[in-house]
Write a protein that binds this ligand. Structure first.
Ligand SMILES: Cc1cc2nc3c(=O)[nH]c(=O)nc-3n(C[C@H](O)[C@H](O)[C@H](O)COP(=O)(O)O)c2cc1C
Length: 178
């Protein structure tokens, strides 16, 4: 049994949350301890460096205060995001930037990591920039990639969302396989 933290850079009940939920179901089936956070109150890093002088505490008071302890405990960090202008969402980027607070000499705690994403587009190139960024920051943070699920062509209307079943199954299977 391992501890998994699923970080969702999207609103409640969206496509990305739906994909993440399938992953969570699979992970729970395999007996993992899963925590989920929705980044609905997160500010970007302001680069003040206070954290590096002040016991690795961030001066910004928002939901990251609750997330840091969950992050520390987790073996695996699952990053879930909609594709926004060919990249991850701003809130997920803020989450990654805010991890700077707990870095020591630019070193981060070792973690396994997984990427879950949804896009409106069906184009094969849709996730290219996001994957490239994922590869760079996992390397920079020293994390170990454990897989990704990229759900193309997700539809979204006011109260309805649609993700091809194939992607939901992929996410479930990935969660179960851990
Ligand atoms: C601000 C914004 C930017 C988007 N940019 C893209 C994009 O560059 N490419 C794409 O395929 N879809 C894009 N989309 C569509 C979303 O990626 C897609 O609808 C996603 O499944 C929404 O996830 P959510 O329901 O979790 O918010 C964008 C949507 C929004 C709101």
């Amino acid at each position: 049994m391992s501890k998994i933290l699923v970080v969702i850079g999207s609103g409640k009940n969206g496509n990305t949350g739906h994909l993440a939920q399938s992953f969570i179901k699979g992970a729970i089936t395999s007996g993992h301890d899963v925590q989920k956070v929705i980044l609905d109150n997160i500010q970007g890093c302001i680069g003040c460096q206070s954290c590096q002088r002040n016991g690795h505490r961030c001066v910004i008071h928002d939901s990251m205060e609750d997330i840091y302890p969950l992050f520390k405990e987790a073996d695996t960090i699952v990053l879930a995001s909609p594709l926004y202008f060919w990249s991850i969402s701003g809130r997920l980027k803020s989450f990654i930037d805010r991890l700077y607070a707990i870095s020591i000499n630019d070193e981060y705690p070792p973690k396994n990591t997984i990427l879950l994403m949804t896009s409106g587009s069906n184009g094969f190139y849709a996730f290219e920039q996001a994957i490239s960024f994922y590869r760079f920051y996992t390397k920079a943070l020293g994390w170990l990639d454990k897989g990704m699920v990229l759900a193309y062509g997700c539809k979204k209307e006011l109260k309805h969302h649609f993700i091809n079943e194939q992607y939901l199954k992929e996410a479930y299977d990935l969660g179960k396989s851990l």
